[in-house]
Write a protein that binds this ligand. Structure first.
Ligand code: NAD
Ligand code: UDP
Length: 312
């Protein structure tokens, strides 16, 4: 049994990871400041004697004796990470420094939940790990994109300079149950709007693309990545290469929910990436991993979750 620290453990991805690692027989410490996460996401784990919840902000140093660290703390939705951009940068950068310091002292592996946003508005398609990205350092997404890029720099530097055992995964758009219904991300927004028969808000003309990965596929990649040999540090893309336009996603969700909603068009946010699709050859080779959940199947499970949630 390993004792595993998960920062951001009360969020969408973090809560599923807590559950998965407990199921695999580990002792889990979930650390969160509840900025975008909630106790509701982990309430079903509270009775498990191998689960521990700690309210803490990663910008402050933290000490514990653990065997592995997954660093997920950071708001992921553009709406939330832009509310307080300075705090977003502090969370990514100071959070990385504090957790890397802990990993260094304990000599344990640490995995960073990085993002496809390090590629910004990409000029190459699909994006592979060698592409260095097209990111504005002063735009509205910079606090998140540059924060995550600097976190990757810190991880790499702690590895090169201090021999810290690092793992960097670049996560592409992931969706599933326990997304916050108000966090503004496209899958949760469209499903909630469709279930309420409200207008579906497509930003721009809806021709921009994203590749959507179901949460279960991400979880298996995360644990596989953590289990790789110390010499494989990443970064490695983790996502589903099936690419859809945002308009196609809206139509699919209307269809799957049987909604009466109409699509309306709103202004495209500044610096919104035009196309995004992961090249996952490295993940296939190094992790023997590829996503197995088709979009329709994952959306059905996510819709069922929001149907229950909206009843309350
Ligand atoms: P989320 O907002 O649901 O979860 C983030 C969690 O971090 C929340 O529980 C929040 O309260 C916590 N948090 C934020 N700031 C904190 C701080 N200063 N101290 C302690 N806790 C803090 O988002 P998510 O979708 O679960 O994303 C989790 C991680 O995965 C993030 O690092 C995100 O950047 C990364 N990621 C997610 C996606 C995606 O599509 N969901 C894509 C790429 C990367
Ligand atoms: N989007 C949209 N309507 C919404 C929310 C988002 O059209 O109600 C678009 C958004 O402009 C972007 C895409 O959907 O092009 C994905 O947005 P999200 O915020 O989920 O993630 P990210 O832009 O970080 O990939």
């Amino acid at each position: 049994m390993k004792r595993i620290l998960i920062t951001g453990g009360a969020g969408f991805i973090g809560s599923h990871l807590c559950e998965r690692l407990l199921t695999l027989g580990n002792d889990v410490i979930c650390l969160d400041n509840f900025f975008t996460g909630s106790k509701q996401n982990i309430v079903h784990l509270m009775d498990n004697k191998f689960f521990e919840l700690i309210r803490h902000d990663v910008i402050d140093p933290f000490k514990a004796e653990v065997d592995e660290i997954y660093n997920l703390a950071c708001p992921a939705s553009p709406v939330h990470y832009q509310i307080n951009p300075i705090k977003t940068v502090k969370t990514s950068v100071m959070g990385a420094i504090n957790m890397l310091g802990l990993a260094k002292r304990l000599k344990v592996k640490i995995l960073q939940a990085s993002t496809s946003e390090v590629y910004g508005d990409p000029e190459i398609h699909p994006q592979n790990e060698d592409y260095s990205g097209n990111v504005s350092c002063i735009g509205p997404r910079a606090c998140y994109d540059e924060g995550k890029r600097l976190a990757e720099t810190l991880f790499t530097s702690y590895h090169n300079q201090n021999g810290v055992k690092i793992k960097i995964i670049r996560i592409f758009n992931t969706y599933g149950p326990r997304m916050n219904p108000n966090d503004g991300r496209v899958v949760s927004n469209f499903i909630v709007q469709a279930l309420k028969n409200s207008d579906i808000t497509v930003y721009g003309d809806g021709s921009q693309t994203r590749s959507f990965q179901y949460i279960d596929d991400l979880l298996s990649a995360m644990t596989k990545m953590m289990a790789t040999d110390d010499d494989f540090t990443g970064p490695v893309n983790i996502g589903n290469p099936e690419e859809f336009t945002i308009k196609e996603l809206a139509e699919k969700i209307i269809d799957l929910t049987g909604s009466k909603s109409k699509i309306i068009y709103k202004p495209l946010p500044k610096d919104d990436p035009v196309r995004r699709k992961p090249d996952i050859r490295l993940a296939k080779e190094k992790l023997s991993w590829q996503p197995t959940t088709p979009l329709d199947e994952g959306l059905k499970k996510t819709i069922a979750y929001f149907e229950e949630l909206l009843k309350i």
